[in-house]
Design a protein around this ligand. Sequence first.
Ligand code: ATP
Length: 269
Amino acid sequence: MIETRALHVAFRGQSALHDVNLQLGPGFTAIIGPSGAGKSTLMRAINGLVPATSGQVLLGGEGLGRPGSGLLRRQQRQLGMVFQQFNLVRRLSALDNVLLGRLGAVNPVLGALGIVPRAERAYALHLLERVGLADHAWKRADQLSGGQQQRVGVARALAQQPRVILADEPISSLDPRSASEVMELLRDIQERDGIAIVANLHFLYTVREYAARVVALKAGQLVFDGHPGQLDRALVHELYDHDPPAAPEGSPPQPPLNFVPAGSRRPPA
Ligand SMILES: Nc1ncnc2c1ncn2[C@@H]1O[C@H](COP(=O)(O)OP(=O)(O)OP(=O)(O)O)[C@@H](O)[C@H]1O
């Protein structure tokens, strides 16, 4: 459903992605790689937030529309985004933040007047219930914990009724317990709703627990695409130029590198 063809992105002449050819289908895909490898740039190029310097991004076989075009806006609606820093409007309630994900569905004149149809409000409440936050719907976003804010972020992405959720380091700012709640939620969304998840992840034990496919980038190049069980110690060492990032304190013990978790039941998408 997502395809990149010879995708090259450069910032002021400096390449961030080189010649990336990738197809991302349904399922749970983790993107890994050291800092600066191009993981966020790949996500931002997929949803048209940064333009391709050369090459192409296709969604469902169709090239991304030009910046500002109606086509790109329609394509972006298929791609829900979840961010490391949540990107909520802090002074708005959890419910209003979720409703922001419905802007594309609400009549723009009514939306501009702050008039939200009852059915839209009920749908947003239903999504907050789905992420376990029905009781917090009226609280301001900045009064919620980090884990709760990220779950609002996931509900806002769901509000778009996307085909794919692109999660850019969704758990990097969270404590281990909130992180696993968010990862379980993403897994549930992928399994029950059939929404593909593409997540940039830093910790390999999380990759092994949740992803069915791993794509690794190094210095802007695709260097691995396969099953998490294939990530052996040599490959990981080569990728990070040293041992992989340690799990945060309080996380479950890191399984051996050749461990194939029960969570990776599915073949790569
Ligand atoms: N808007 C930008 N302007 C200039 N350079 C950028 C911009 N965005 C990214 N870069 C550069 O592109 C390269 C890839 O950055 P990117 O953020 O995609 O890496 P990453 O793998 O997501 O890193 P991290 O894990 O640290 O977030 C880096 O050298 C970065 O400095």
